[in-house]
Design a protein around this ligand. Sequence first.
Ligand SMILES: [Fe+2]
Length: 257
Amino acid sequence: MRLLFIGDVYGAPGIAAVQAYLKRHRDAFDFVVANGENCAGGFGITRSQFRSLRDAGVDVVTLGNHTFDQAETAELLEETPRLVRPLTYPRGTPGVGFVTLPARDGTRVTIGQVMGRIFMDPMDDPFDAADAIVEAAGPNDPVIVEVHAEATSEKRVLTYHLEGRVSAVIGSHTHVQTADEAIHQGTASITDVGMTGVEHSSIGMRFEEVHHRMRTKRPRRFKPATGTATLCAVALTLEGRRAHTIERVRWRAEEAS
Ligand SMILES: [Fe+2]
């Protein structure tokens, strides 16, 4: 089966890029995942943005450290298992940290997310959480673990921890796609899948305000960058639990016109 994992969708330009890309390529995939925690200008996701991604053909939307930036997300998490937040949140947090759903070809796919602890808010152990995701999946079904984390070393060690036991370990959060995709023991990996947003920006925000803050140490409200987004993703070919191929995708929406 073919699975597409789309990197952090940032603001309206990011959502537009997902819509444009999937309009052309949705039929090439049996299952599509997108990280949507930056849809609301970098701060979480609204109900209507979640709906837009679903309508575009995304099967599961994942979150991260911005999960609860929008007030309505807690309620939305209780309504649908197709919105997945890190399993490493404390016990009793609304929503699910993994979900198993049928792909177009009938395969049952498990998508789970953990968050790292280095340079991030303290959370539960991502290694234990990743093990729990593996244990919950069917014995031969594809399992994708998204590691939403800042530190490359932590993502690499979590990948090592999961090699041979999951189909793919996909890093997210840094918004810059890395060129280290690989397959070991049937597990595909990439340290960071990248951002689906305006590339000429401070990882999604306009430069002007971020530049001001960095140079003066005085606050100024950040604004999301405008313009044409680039979609970053990885395309996976999976058979049972094993990954056969992983290909990076970096697609500029303006190439569509
Ligand atoms: Fe993040």
